[in-house]
Write a protein that binds this ligand. Structure first.
Ligand code: IMP
Ligand code: MG
Length: 187
């Protein structure tokens, strides 16, 4: 693929999974769907930092109805590639949730441990409704019971980076999504 051949991060990428163009197509489609479904509702999009920041920035501009945004930071991965099952709130929301139709925006639904914890916690704050929108889904890795209403696309059980997704805080700025070479994370 011609894309980013002079990008020094490319040497760590085994294969480009989704091009910039393909990602934009996916995001536009979800944006149109959300705009239809949330017409007349009080939409609050909550992005889970930091992985979903790039997706959130594109998705909110693909939404044609009024909406508010907020951010929450949790940690579940540390700096490694495997989930720890431990979820810690690092930054909480600014907006009280009563009366809002909450849409949680996530980068990737993997074991589901992170989101199942977040959904339970946010439900207790009394939003009118709560749904999940995830760009990527790895269904075969699911450990916790979590269902996303909006899913961009399923991805294989490989470690992917780019378009916000990181390994050890790197590669988030790649404009496409690629499979990271296993030797980069020592397997
Ligand atoms: P879960 O609790 O296992 O569902 O973890 C979800 C979080 O793990 C995501 O928000 C990502 O930050 C991270 N994650 C899971 N799989 C990947 C991947 O393939 N690449 C980068 N981050 C990942
Ligand atoms: Mg994340």
């Amino acid at each position: 693929m011609a894309q980013n051949t002079n990008n020094s991060m490319m040497k760590d990428i085994q294969e480009v999974l989704l091009s910039e163009e393909k990602l934009q197509q996916i995001v536009q489609d979800i944006g149109a769907q959300i705009s239809r479904d949330y017409e007349g509702k009080k939409l609050l999009m909550v992005s889970i930092l930091k992985g979903s920041v790039v997706f959130m920035a594109d998705l909110m501009r693909a939404i044609t109805i009024p909406c508010r945004i907020d951010f929450m930071a949790v940690s579940s991965y540390g700096s490694g590639a495997k989930t720890s099952g431990v979820v810690k709130i690092i930054k909480d929301l600014d907006i009280p949730l009563e009366g809002y139709d909450l849409l949680i925006v996530e980068d990737i639904l993997d074991s589901g441990m992170t989101l199942s914890y977040i959904v339970d916690m946010l439900k207790s704050r009394g939003p009118r409704s709560i749904r999940i929108c995830t760009l990527f889904d790895k269904p075969e890795r699911r450990m916790a019971e979590v269902k996303a209403t909006y899913v961009g696309t399923q991805v294989p059980d490989a470690f992917i980076v780019g378009y916000g997704l990181d390994y050890d805080e790197r590669y988030r700025n790649l404009p496409f999504v690629g499979i990271l070479k296993p030797e980069v994370y020592g397997e």
